[in-house]
Design a protein around this ligand. Structure first.
Ligand SMILES: [Cu+2]
Length: 501
């Protein structure tokens, strides 16, 4: 009997029972007593030369380990505090493990001895440390890794349990360090490794709290009150809006197998992780050893992770979301897996995820919006800047109903193009339409509508100003300009009664 097998059996509580019973088959012993708790296995001392860990930059994962014996693995991770874009035209001061949110992906083998070096860049302002959920020991390394700016800490641990684990900063105020992006994943591969797949990707959800509204331009500081109240401004995959859309979308080809390593840094929210249009063949829920099969949506706790495996059979855009769906469409928790290859009409009849579902979210192109915000801040905002920004915002917010060409949908959504209703509104009433919505009978170009336009109060003052300036100057409408100040004045006054215009 090999030493390893003996260790496994003793650890599982099976060997003594089998020996004492003389000829009792293992299966009978196992069935007769409740399943014993498997103790983690110590694979013995590291063998060979120390190895420097290759770290994965999200959404990429380091290559599989493919090693038969435990080794000493050296991990170098530097904490970097830096300003980055959280959304188009919006910056935020992140605190990061390795310069990215989430932090660098660490991959080791069960039984490895990990020599961890945590560096705190001399340019940083705050002390930091690291708590790895894959570490057995008080604080998961936090106690031994408290590091002031310009310093380095070192500690060593043995990766006893296989699994996918979150790591995060645990320096007070812990919530603030986590909210600023200080989390990542460490994968401890089982000795035999994971089954081979065509693509492995690294995605991590986090909630962010800024003093300004969602997509409010400029530099946005952290808002401690919102964080305590668990009212995030952004809920994001990989730390930034658009980090997994457009040119940054994950990719695969028809017929490929995909493994997603998905973590949730929190600090507050639990994720209902879902990929629109896909079914997970397997989910290793909570990052553990057991897999559930044929899963639509899986919960990822804050400070937890999961591994999902699936095949892509049909080309198109598959949308990663937190299915607490306002987070996807109004706070940014959205990514794309773009699958190329031949159609398979037997499985799906065709047609892309359409824009009615996604609006501009799948491929945000909001450069003009950011440019207008900049111009506004420096006092050089022109009508043309506003129109360009307004057009992009209109596409994302209004075109679902009024259509990109402003023609509306006959009998359902009134036209904004050449609208006589719009032309005769005074400015304050016009501004009130997106802010407060519109209900009751309205007649537009001789046709009566008696429907409901919901309020779009999530829009910021300059977004409303730009959209209306665009609408006024498009499709033979009368022209004119709406300013941010005019919008904020109307926002401050109470909404009119719901009917009677
Ligand atoms: Cu920290």
């Amino acid at each position: 009997m090999s030493r390893l097998l003996a260790t496994v059996l003793i650890a599982a509580g099976l060997l003594p029972g089998a020996v004492l019973a003389g000829k009792a088959p293992l299966a009978v012993v196992a069935a007769a007593s409740p399943a014993p708790l498997a103790a983690p296995i110590d694979f013995g001392p590291p063998q060979g030369e120390p190895i420097h860990a290759v770290l994965g930059i999200p959404p990429n994962v380091p290559p599989p380990i493919n090693r038969k014996t435990p080794a000493k693995v050296i991990v170098d991770l530097e904490v970097i505090e830096k300003e980055m874009q959280i959304s188009e035209g919006v910056t935020y001061t992140y605190w990061t493990f390795g310069g990215t949110v989430p932090g660098s992906f660490i991959r080791v083998r069960q039984g490895d001895t990990v020599e961890f070096h945590l560096k705190n860049s001399p340019d940083n302002k705050m002390p930091h440390n690291i708590d790895l959920h894959g570490v057995t020991g008080p604080g998961g390394g936090a106690a031994s890794s408290f590091t002031a700016p310009g310093h380095e800490s070192q500690f060593t641990f043995k990766a006893l349990n296989a699994g996918l684990y979150v790591y995060h900063c645990a320096t007070a105020p812990v919530g603030m360090h986590v909210a600023n992006g200080m989390y990542g994943l460490i994968l401890v591969e089982p000795p035999a490794g994971l089954p081979k797949v065509d693509h492995e990707y690294y995605v991590m959800q986090g909630d962010f709290y800024t003093t300004g509204k969602y997509r409010e331009k400029g530099h946005q500081p952290f808002d401690m009150d919102k964080a305590i109240e668990e009212r995030p401004t952004y809920v994001l995959f990989n730390g930034h809006e658009g980090s997994l859309t457009g040119d940054h979308a994950l990719t695969a080809k028809v017929g490929d197998s995909v493994r997603l390593f998905v973590g949730n840094g929190g600090p507050n929210l639990v994720s209902s992780f879902h990929v629109i249009g896909e079914i997970f063949d397997k989910v290793y829920y909570e990052g553990g050893t057991h897999a559930q099969e044929n899963v639509q949506t899986t919960l990822i706790p804050a400070g937890g992770a999961m591994m999902a495996e699936f095949h892509v059979d049909v080309p198109g855009s598959y949308v990663l979301v937190d299915h607490s769906i306002f987070r996807a469409f109004n706070k940014g928790a959205l990514g794309i897996l773009k699958v190329d290859g031949p159609e398979n009409k037997a499985i799906y009849s065709g047609k892309e995820v359409d824009s009615v579902y996604l609006g501009d979210r799948a491929n945000p192109n909001l450069h003009a919006v950011a440019a207008a915000a900049k111009a506004n801040a420096s006092g050089t905002l022109s009508k043309d800047d506003q129109i360009a920004a307004g057009k992009q915002l209109f596409t994302g917010t209004c075109s679902v109903c009024h259509q990109a060409n402003g023609e509306g949908l006959s009998g359902v959504f009134p036209p904004l193009a050449k609208s006589d209703y719009l032309a005769k509104q005074d400015k304050d009433h016009l501004i009130g339409i997106p802010l407060h919505g519109l209900t009751g009978k309205v007649t537009v170009n001789g046709k009566e509508y008696d429907s409901v336009m919901p309020p779009m109060s999530q829009l910021t003052d300059d977004e409303v100003a730009n959209i209306l300036t665009y609408v006024l100057n498009s499709w033979d409408n009368p022209g004119g300009q709406v300013s941010k100040e005019e919008v904020s004045k109307v926002r401050a006054t109470p909404a009119p009664a719901a009917t009677g215009h």
